[in-house]
Design a binder for this molecule. Structure first.
Ligand SMILES: [Zn+2]
Length: 411
């Protein structure tokens, strides 16, 4: 029912440049000016659909509301999606390609980029369907424009069909999510919903109530500089110190060596020169004890590097990014039960799994609004091989509508 409209919206939204800039994110919201383009467009479309309560604040948070259209006392729920895209792959001038009537096999894009069937077994679920990708020069932006398009499609449906019963609803579009700062300035006091759902990422059926505990460490290495020609016994090279630190991070506890509920840490950014070098380390775990162990290990690595490089100094700073949202969500089991019901009503097998990452929902959960994740249908996020099936976006819309119906029957 929604396949055509959601695709039309999706194709339009992905062509709007809205890449987040992680370097600006700590000071600026949104992290790049271009995010206003899509935010302003969504605001305009919401007003055109007839919504009257639509607010876009100066930080780039867009919140729209619909009141209940049936008598009774209902809990307001929120649907959330982010408008920015990741900076890991180019995101400007996205040129979406529709591979119609997919018949199996690899999907070659330009620039030697190939979506390989062997790496993407779920392509088989969409034989005969339409697959959407970029042309290979950029990411696609299904993360999270698929979620944005699905929510917009459902709002449009509710506005066109006033007989469709719903309780009070909030629709929340956020900037900057991909930088991890998406909720830093969120106007929590404006939110009326005690529970929300993030519509982001994931294959059909995925629902996620668990994410990492996430910390970030910045490690500064201070060396001692002297002309290399006179350096014996005197030069302390900050880059060599940093390299020694990196080599202590266990490789079997890296993202590339772990999955499921295993945590990890990895060097994320390393810059500097002889005198000073700066390293960023990301630390992730589902288990708080293991997180503490890793944070402690970093302290030990810092001491070890200092001991190995006399005259050098290591300054370690640790910063919490987000908490595992399971803490908040597990206290209110009906949030996931309703989502599961919504999937089953649409003959979709719910797949409950942990997200090996975080979302705005993780931060929102921490702020007291339990917010699990529900699939938006895409694959291979943050890469040039990102793809989404038209069918999957249609199914996501069906699930959202059922979810809205289910909540309207919950007093
Ligand atoms: Zn996302």
């Amino acid at each position: 029912m929604f396949k055509e409209e959601v695709t039309e919206r999706f194709l339009r939204y992905v062509q709007i440049f809205s890449t987040s800039d992680p370097k600006r994110a700590e000071q600026h919201r949104p992290s790049s000016e271009n995010q206003w383009d899509i935010l302003n467009l969504l605001k305009k479309e919401l007003l055109e659909m007839g919504l009257t309560d639509v607010q876009l604040d100066e930080k780039g948070y867009l919140i729209a509301r619909l009141s209940a259209n049936i008598p009774g006392k209902f809990t307001s729920i929120g649907l959330l999606a982010h408008v920015d895209t990741a900076s890991d792959a180019p995101g400007e001038k996205v040129n979406p390609q529709i591979h119609k009537n997919y018949q199996g096999g690899d999907i070659p894009l330009n620039h030697g980029v190939v979506i390989r069937q062997s790496d993407n077994p779920d392509l088989n679920l969409y034989l005969g369907g339409n697959i959407i990708s970029s042309d290979g020069s950029t990411l696609l932006g299904a993360d999270d424009k698929a979620g944005v398009a699905e929510i917009m499609t459902i709002i449009h449906h509710l506005m066109k069909n006033p007989q469709e019963p719903h309780g009070p609803l909030e629709f929340i579009f956020t900037p900057v999510e991909e930088t991890g700062h998406g909720m830093d300035d969120f106007p929590l006091e404006k939110l009326k919903s005690p529970y929300c759902y993030t519509v982001d990422a994931g294959a059909v059926g995925e629902m996620e109530d668990q994410c990492y505990y996430a910390w970030k460490a910045s490690v500064e290495f201070q060396g001692r500089v002297i002309h290399p020609g006179y350096a014996r016994g005197r030069l302390v090279n900050a880059l060599t110190m940093g390299a020694a630190f990196i080599s202590m991070l266990p490789r079997n506890e890296s993202p590339e060596a772990t999955d499921g509920l295993y945590g990890n840490y990895w060097p994320n950014d390393f810059t500097g020169g002889l005198e000073k070098a700066e390293l960023q380390v990301m630390i992730r775990d589902f288990d708080l004890k293991n997180m503490e162990r890793r944070l402690q290990a970093l302290e030990h690595f810092a001491l070890a590097v200092e001991a190995a490089f006399p005259g050098g100094k290591v300054i370690l700073k640790k910063e919490k990014q987000y908490l595992n949202m399971l803490e908040a969500i597990s206290k209110q089991p009906f949030i996931m039960e309703n989502l599961q019901k919504a999937m089953e009503l649409n003959d979709i097998l719910p797949i409950r799994r942990p997200i090996r990452g975080g979302t705005d929902g993780s931060r929102l959960s921490e702020m007291g609004i339990p917010t699990p994740n529900v699939f938006a249908g895409g694959y291979n996020f943050h890469s040039r091989t990102e793809w989404v099936a038209q069918e999957a976006m249609g199914k996501a819309c069906n699930v959202l509508l059922s979810l809205i119906n289910i909540w309207a029957n919950v007093p």
